[in-house]
Each structure stands twice: as structure tokens, then as C-alpha cells.
Ligand binder design. Structure first.
Ligand code: SF4
Length: 493
């Protein structure tokens, strides 16, 4: 129930899953300080932007959204505006925000997110602006924050931070710093706690989880394979996923652990980025097409029901039609269940930004639509093969019309009818219809269902820190008529 006396917070999250999870940590800090969530900037006493630096277009959108708040701040001077995340971690952007948006109250980075509590109290008590960015990457390891989880039955667990790979198109290593791994004990403790709280799908997060190197309680080094093994041995009814996985570091031991595990999903996300050896070298990915395909075949041999998803960049500088066709060849050989395809866009501060032979937008778009057509044809065929088969499905959310949404072990989603008490449970669902690669199913008669109780998970369809477009579009919509905004505010008070 909403308590009208409580101060309200709004977090606007841009970018990847890492940011969504970090927003859950920010929400935890805010709730510990007596705030509760709201869904519009007019009602908010504090608005936090958790920013992304992966694309220039994201930055422009974020700057625009910060600017949109100026009039609300004029009408409501006590409202606090805080900017954190990958963009403000870079000093040049922190400087730009201070210059262009002097009404911003707090600027912090990714490394010192755990200190947000301190920054907030300092701003409230002193009334002074707080700008605090640090380059110390190890600070994140000290975080033992209350996390306000908002992803329903899913829980995200950071196992490491940063990246050492320097792919030539990527800004992440410059922003998130070098790899640091959390101690295994802390991760096991967090996962055990989540299982006992009833979370059913736990995703281990890191920029490259395969290079995890933590320490156990005796100070011995723990590899990613060992970490997976130790998590798999925990008791309970749960699934484990992980992301993201660099193909060059996916070891035989990891494949072996997955093949024998009880809990680790067989849906594996393995970003290929390109199928051309020339482009892969230019991207500094450190594997060839042949090595990638050998890895896929090795996984398929050990885990026959493995299903793959991937990321692909289309139109990287120098990509010819032949290079692009090599990518199409990989797609056909692997038969991915999902592809996240992106048009290459220049990222300031990266090596690829200065590369010659940048590809024009029209060509990039044509290639992407060709790629998606090939993918759709493959995915549709794979989905048709699932017709009539029954799968174990984790029920993740529902809507008011009695429609349930769940995920298979592969990560593929399925829609079916049922009681909302099924949310947070594994049920057997038979695929009865496939429309444009979307699966529709029916719960297979299951005696257990009548005993399911309603859970207290936040329904992900209703949470207030949803990422990027959904929330930022809402903010923009709400801010469109600035006069109306000020009047709204006055009438509310
Ligand atoms: S592995 Fe490459 S793409 Fe992934 S975060 Fe590191 S540099 Fe970026």
C-alpha cells in the first residue's frame, strides 16, 4: 500500500542487465532511507539516472531526459536529482553534466555506487552538491548492500566487475575498469539466501564470467567451473544462468560441469559478433570462425539439448559482403534460438572509432534485415519442431486476464493460461501453437498446481526501475507539456 507521507523515488535505468541489477542496489539504499518507489517524475522527491555509455545515441537521450527535469526542479526545488552509472563514471561527462545541468545535485560513478547512501545523506544534511567519481575498481567488492529485487522470480548476482579484453568497439573496459572477482564465499552466501527466499532463477553476472578468478575461504583460487560446481551442489529447486561469456575463455571444465549439473541451464549465450576472421581480428576478439564453431560443436557433443543465443554486430568498419556472408554462414551452422543484432555505431574513445572504411547506414540496415530474416526462418523452424512437446517452464509473471508468461530451460519464453499462484513455480507446459516464433502452451494436468500459493514477488510487469526506453519514454511523455507539469505539481500540493 502506498503511504502518502513517505518520500518517493524514481530510478531511470538505461543499458544492460548489469545496470538493471545496480538499480536494484540503488533502490535498496533509497528504501533503507525511507523512500518508496513511484512511477513519474512529478511525484518523485528524488530521481536517479543510472546511465549507460555503450552508444552515443543513449548518451544523447540521457542528456535530453536530464534537461527535461529542469522545469520540475524549478517548481519543486527540494527534489534531488542524482546521476550515476557508466556515463558519469567518465570525468569528461561528469564535467559536462555539471556545466550543462547545474540543477543536478549528486554525481557519482559505477565503482562507488555503494557510497550513494553517504552522498545522499551529505546532500540532504549540507544542502551542498556532491560530485564523487573514483577510479578504484576494488571498491565494488566491498559492497554488501541491501538489494531491492524487482525482477520477480529472477535474481541477479554479480560475480565479478570490469573487463580486460578491450574489444576495439567497446567502451566498457575504459569505464568499468579491470576485472575484479568477488570472493566465492560471498557469492555462495548470496545465492543460498536467494534460494531460501524462494528465487527460482539466478543469473550470475559479469562482463566475462568465464574469466572469474575468486578466492575461497582458505585463500585458494576458484575458477568459474569450480564456482558453478559449488553452486550446483546447493540444495533447492532453482535454475542457474550466467552472462556474458567470452568464447575464448569458455573452458572444457565449464562445459563438463554444465553437462553434469542439476541446476545449470542448457541455454547458453555465446556472443560471436562476426563470422569473418578478418573482422574478428579487427575487433580483437581473439578467436577465429573455426575456433568458435569447434567450441559450439564441442558443447553440442557434451550437451545434446544445448541451445544458443548470441550477439552480432553488423557493419563493423571494413566489413565486406563476403565478411557478412561468413556471419550468415555461422548463423546457419549454429542455429541460434535468438540473436541480438546491432548496427555498428562509432563509440568515442574506442580503437574502432578511428578505423577507416566505416560502412554507410543504408548498407548496415540492409545487412541487418537480411540477418534477421535468416534468423527468423531458423527460429521459426526450431519452434515448429517444439509443437506437441512438453517442457518444464518457470512461471515468471502474469497479467490480469489470467495469462501467464514463463521461460524454458533454453531461455525461450512461452505464454499460457493459468492461475497467478503458479508464478514462481516450475510447471509442465505443452507447446500447442507457434505464431511467428512465439510459443503458446497449455499446462499439462498437474496435481501439484492446486497446492500453489500466491507469492509476494514483485510482478516484473509492474516494477518501477524498468530499463531505458520504457521508463525514459514515460518520463518524456510526462514532461512533454512543461506548463502542465508545473500546474500538476501545484495542484498536487
Ligand atoms: S569482452 Fe569485449 S565486448 Fe565484452 S565488455 Fe569486454 S571489451 Fe566489451
Amino acid at each position: 500500500m502506498i503511504n502518502n507521507d513517505k518520500r518517493k523515488y524514481l530510478i531511470l535505468t538505461y543499458g544492460c542487465q548489469m545496470n538493471v541489477h545496480e538499480s536494484e542496489k540503488l533502490a535498496g539504499i533509497l528504501e533503507d532511507n525511507g523512500y518508496e518507489p513511484c512511477t513519474d517524475a512529478v511525484s518523485a522527491d528524488i530521481v536517479v539516472f543510472n546511465t549507460c555509455a555503450i552508444r552515443e545515441s543513449a548518451e544523447q537521450k540521457i542528456f535530453g531526459n536530464i534537461g527535461e527535469l529542469k522545469n520540475i526542479k524549478l517548481a519543486k526545488p527540494d527534489m534531488i536529482i542524482a546521476i550515476g552509472g557508466c556515463m558519469s563514471q567518465q570525468q569528461k561527462y561528469a564535467d559536462e553534466i555539471m556545466k550543462r545541468y547545474p540543477f543536478v545535485d549528486i554525481i557519482f560513478g559505477t565503482h562507488n555506487l555503494a557510497d550513494f547512501d553517504k552522498f545522499l545523506k551529505s546532500r540532504i544534511n549540507s544542502g551542498k552538491k556532491v560530485v564523487n567519481i573514483t577510479e578504484d575498481e576494488t571498491i565494488a567488492l566491498r559492497d554488501k548492500l541491501h538489494i531491492c529485487r524487482t525482477s520477480g522470480v529472477n535474481a541477479w548476482v554479480n560475480i565479478m566487475y570490469g573487463c580486460n579484453n578491450f574489444c576495439t568497439y567497446c567502451i566498457v573496459p575504459y569505464v568499468r575498469g579491470r576485472e575484479v572477482s568477488r570472493p566465492e564465499e560471498d557469492i555462495l552466501l548470496e545465492v543460498k539466501g536467494l534460494i531460501s527466499e524462494g528465487y527460482k532463477q539466478i543469473t550470475l553476472l559479469g562482463q566475462n564470467v568465464n574469466s572469474y578468478k575468486g578466492l575461497d575461504e582458505h585463500g585458494n583460487e576458484v575458477t568459474f567451473a569450480k564456482l558453478l560446481l559449488d553452486i550446483d551442489e546447493l540444495a533447492g529447486d532453482f535454475r542457474i544462468r550466467f552472462m556474458t561469456s567470452h568464447p575464448k575463455d569458455l573452458s572444457d571444465e565449464v562445459i563438463d560441469v554444465i553437462s553434469k549439473s542439476k541446476h545449470i541451464c542448457h541455454g547458453i549465450h555465446l556472443p560471436v559478433q562476426s563470422g569473418s576472421d578478418k573482422i574478428l581480428a579487427s575487433m580483437n576478439r581473439k578467436y577465429t570462425k573455426e575456433q568458435y564453431l569447434n567450441l559450439i560443436n564441442k558443447i553440442k557433443d557434451k550437451i545434446p539439448d544445448a541451445e544458443f543465443t548470441t550477439d552480432i554486430i553488423v557493419g563493423f568498419p571494413g566489413e565486406t559482403e563476403e565478411d557478412f556472408n561468413e556471419t550468415i554462414d555461422v548463423i546457419k551452422k549454429v542455429e541460434y534460438m535468438q540473436i541480438f543484432g546491432f548496427l555498428y555505431s562509432k563509440r568515442k574513445g574506442t580503437v574502432a572509432e578511428k578505423m577507416k572504411d566505416q560502412i554507410d547506414t543504408k548498407t548496415k540496415k540492409e545487412r541487418l534485415s537480411k540477418l534477421l530474416a535468416v534468423k527468423n526462418e531458423i527460429v521459426n523452424r526450431m519452434c515448429q519442431n517444439m509443437l506437441g512437446k512438453t517442457y518444464s517452464v518457470l512461471v515468471e509473471s502474469y497479467n490480469e486476464n489470467g495469462v501467464l508468461y514463463g521461460s524454458l530451460d533454453s531461455g525461450k519464453t512461452i505464454t499460457f493460461k493459468g492461475s497467478k499462484n503458479c508464478v514462481g513455480e516450475f510447471v509442465d507446459v505443452k507447446v500447442v501453437q507457434v505464431r511467428k516464433s512465439v510459443l503458446y502452451g497449455e499446462i499439462v494436468d498437474d496435481e501439484r498446481i492446486k497446492d500453489f500459493k500466491e507469492k509476494s514477488f514483485k510482478n516484473p510487469l509492474e516494477v518501477s526501475i524498468l530499463p531505458k526506453d520504457q521508463k525514459s519514454m514515460k518520463l518524456l511523455r510526462e514532461n512533454k507539456n512543461k506548463k502542465k507539469l508545473q500546474n500538476d505539481f501545484k495542484s498536487k500540493n
